[in-house]
Ligand binder design. Structure first.
Ligand code: BES
Ligand code: ZN
Ligand code: ZN
Length: 502
């Protein structure tokens, strides 16, 4: 990792800009007395029009030969009492993107200004700084690996931290975590954005094994299609049989020294490298976005990378359920009945409801081989969940209300919102099938709930389980302040925050 910390002596900074945040209705110099230490030339009158309104960016220029930086970018936060972590992330993001538009090569976050912020729901005094660093990094993300010329032709500014006092070890730790978190989110975004011809089950396996090779605490196993056959994972296999790119279950067991006897937290990711719908073919419009149907698996792999990178002392298993859903002479037909690893039979009434088919066998596999303390599955599972919640939040399903509350709270802190959804007993009826134990679809109305109830049927009684339907927020058709169009890396950070707190 490159050196991000500037010294506490502003004369050494040599930055193109310093980014400082300001609240509306406050005197900038009174609120940030350290500014004068770094910028002794700063005049009250120069700051007259820095109002600190939400998302307002003002730039103040230094006289010639100023040492620390020739300009200060002020990012408005709005009123102090209204500040949320999301407001902070937006302000930083707007400031950094302005710096990029100005073609600046280096931006330093003015540490004391971020240290004193007190946004609602911040769970630690250093959280605002951490979020500032993460959003500065994430706001520069773009996927242009496949363009011969970059869209904007502007290099990203490098992000630095500009302190005025020696940073504590704790502060440095928070910043390090922020940088690793941003990296993990971008890792997930890249996988989602890579088109399916370049990122199939083979490449997902390569990415997972390369990650495992970097970390001796990670044991990897790949259950290939022969393995899926010998395990009796008939539902999983049915999804992949229409594609020449064979399905597989990739298992990553992160077990740091001392955790050998711990029951693991098992993360299960839906890894449909492409979902055409199969014989129940999807309509053409928007089908290309289904290259992102492995967003759950990408989030799990991103989270594993972050957990391992931080050297967390918890046992975490990641299971990536990878396949490609294609129509073909060998593909599953609507009406086909398969036997799952659990022994339950399933009538596949719609081949486009394939995520639950790879996931149900993976949940059974997890319970047979890992004795999980808790299973969390992450999946771009249903269009119905997008209809219910839009692309702002993911649906969260669990019988454990305490877990739902904890996870939702953490999601809000890191800017990945979740909304609790029901698992009503009475909704199980439509999942019945005439010819098998279960059908793979319920009714259209309430579709996200039927998908979740289908999965729940494969969770042994008493086993702790949570399902996250990230179909909406995992992939954006249009850019927002904080995310470009395409993969967002949604869920990576909340999963890791949860692991840290559990
Ligand atoms: N991958 C889709 C869900 C999806 C939709 C993800 C939109 C992201 C954006 C999933 O496999 C699917 O097709 N689900 C069907 C289920 C239906 C056939 C019961 C759906 O939601 O329409
Ligand atoms: Zn589908
Ligand atoms: Zn799908």
């Amino acid at each position: 990792m490159t050196k991000v910390w500037k010294t506490e002596n502003p004369a050494d900074w040599q930055l193109d800009a310093v980014l400082c945040c300001v609240h509306e209705g406050e005197n900038v110099l009174d609120a940030n007395p350290e500014l004068l230490k770094a910028f002794p030339w700063l005049l009250k009158t120069a700051l007259m029009d820095v109002r600190g309104e939400k998302e307002e960016i003002s730039i103040i220029y230094a006289p010639e030969n100023a040492e620390a930086a020739p300009r200060i970018v002020f990012a408005g936060l709005g009123k102090r009492d209204d500040l949320t972590l999301d407001g902070l992330r937006r302000a930083v993001s707007a400031g950094v993107r302005r710096a990029k538009a100005l073609k600046l090569q280096s931006v330093g976050l003015f540490v004391p200004a971020f240290e004193r912020l007190q946004p609602k729901r911040a769970d630690h005094a250093l959280r605002p700084l951490e979020e500032a660093v993460v959003s500065a990094k994430l706001s520069l993300y773009s996927y242009d690996a496949l363009k011969s010329k970059k869209d904007d032709q502007i290099a990203d500014p490098e992000i630095f931290l500009a302190p005025v006092a020696t940073p504590s070890a704790e502060l440095k730790d928070f910043v390090k975590r922020a940088l690793l978190a941003a990296e993990a989110v971008c890792f997930a975004r890249n996988m989602v954005n890579t088109p399916a011809n370049l990122f199939g089950p083979d490449q997902m396996e390569e990415a997972a094994l390369a990650f495992a090779a970097r970390h001796p605490e990670v044991q990897s196993t790949v259950v290939d299609h022969h393995g899926l056959q010998s395990e009796g994972m008939g539902a999983f296999l049915a999804v992949g049989q229409g594609s020449p790119r064979t399905p597989r279950l990739i298992c990553l067991d992160y077990c740091p020294a001392g955790c050998e006897n711990e029951q693991p937290l098992v993360l299960v990711g839906k890894g449909l490298c492409f979902d055409s719908g199969g014989i129940s073919l999807k309509p053409a419009a928007g089908m290309h976005e289904m290259k992102g149907d492995m967003g759950g698996a990408a989030a799990v792999l991103g989270a594993m990378q972050l957990v391992a990178g931080l050297g967390m002392k918890k046992r975490v298993v990641g299971l990536l359920a990878c396949a490609e859903n294609m129509p073909d002479g060998k593909a599953t037909r609507p009406g086909d009945v398969v036997t799952t690893m659990s022994g339950k039979t399933v009538e596949i009434l719609n081949t486009d409801a394939e995520g639950r088919l790879v996931l149900c066998d993976t949940l059974t596999y997890a319970q047979k081989y890992y004795d999980p303390k808790l299973m969390i599955d992450v999946a771009t599972l249903t269009g119905a969940c997008v209809i219910a919640l839009g692309d702002h939040a993911a649906g969260l399903f669990t019988q454990d209300r305490h877990l739902a509350a904890t996870f939702t709270e953490l999601g809000e802190v890191v800017g990945e919102p979740y909304w609790p959804m029901p698992l009503w007993e009475s909704y199980k009826e439509p999942l019945k099938s005439d010819s098998a134990d279960l059908g793979n679809i319920g009714l259209r109305e309430g579709g996200a709930i039927f998908a979740a109830l289908f999965l729940e049927a494969f969770v042994e009684p008493g086993k702790a389980w949570m399902h996250l339907d990230i179909a909406g927020p995992s992939y954006l058709s249009k850019r927002t302040v904080l995310n470009p169009a395409g993969g967002t890396g949604f869920a990576v950070r909340t999963l890791v925050e949860y692991i840290r707190n559990c």
